[in-house]
Write a protein that binds this ligand. Sequence first.
Ligand SMILES: [Zn+2]
Length: 374
Amino acid sequence: MSEIVKKARVKHGGSLKGRVVKVSSKKGSFETPTKAPTSTEINGKRNISFDGPFINPVFEISQRYLKKENVQNLHRKNGTFNRKISEINAYTDSLIDRYLVKYFPQIPSGIELDDRDIRILIDLQLESNINLITIPEPSNNCSSTDFHDNFTKYWEYIAEVKPTATAMPYINLKQDHNLFENKLNLLKEYEHALHTIGIKFASIREYRPNLMSLAEFSEHDFWVHCSDGRRVSNWRALSPGGQLHALQRYGIDTVSIEIPMGGGSISDKDYTTARYFNQTSVTIPKIIDSVDSEGNLECNCPICSGQNLGEVAENLKRYASTKKPLRSVVSDFSKVHEVFASTNEFEISKQKIKEDSLKEYFDEKEGLKEHNST
Ligand SMILES: [Zn+2]
């Protein structure tokens, strides 16, 4: 029995030019960069009964733990562990035959996980239908030794309990620069034995030095996935840039979004202000700003297909209620659109990387320009 991911090889690029990694697995092979849809986006699809499938090679099921106590409940409160497994499998059942499926526990940075916390999070994945197993970092800013001990211990544990699974050790982007670099260098020693590395997202501007290290690391044969991604750095901007597309410059191969908090005020009933990914500019303006002069959505993805926004909203009304205003339903529509449109845009940038013109591509995109200064 061999593990599900067979190998990851850098095919093109490196450093700040972006890169194409070919990942070979028992579920087929794919090339990066690309987007990994999450359970949040699958929920969006279910909420509006949209049947068209997402065709992506990797999916991420995420669950949010707001406090340490929520993680502890997995091993201190009967029933919690079992309930979480049922929730995970409700997603994986329809995906596991065809795709790589990973799990991400969304835990605030700063929480220190004990060994028992980490073990239960790994057992949760081993006992669910997950085939890419997240090994959480004990805490951001834990020592390199603690990081190494934790990673090697659980890598062995996973290999023993479920030899067909692939381990993905996570490093928090939010940490001291030297520590971050030391941890990356530790993983370098396992190139070609360990295939994947997970990065927990943090502010691109603030943690730029760490991203620079990651860009320099990009000559190495690892598939680097980023979870917990924030779609924009500042929602107040009129047309905030789609920063998850900027990560490809730093050697990040696949990206997943965070589970959003709340999602706007319930009193905001104006659906036209729902945010919507604009593929042409790689920005996330209000949906009303992505229609042409006749009010048609300027997107041909399977859910938009150039429809009139007013008609789309009219059709979505049946999913709205007093608890869920139309704007929130339109946001679900927008989430589904973004999976298609963002994945499609990654296909375009992948081509640009192959042509060594990622920098020029960034220059052309309003939402990516600001990430082009290095
Ligand atoms: Zn669309």
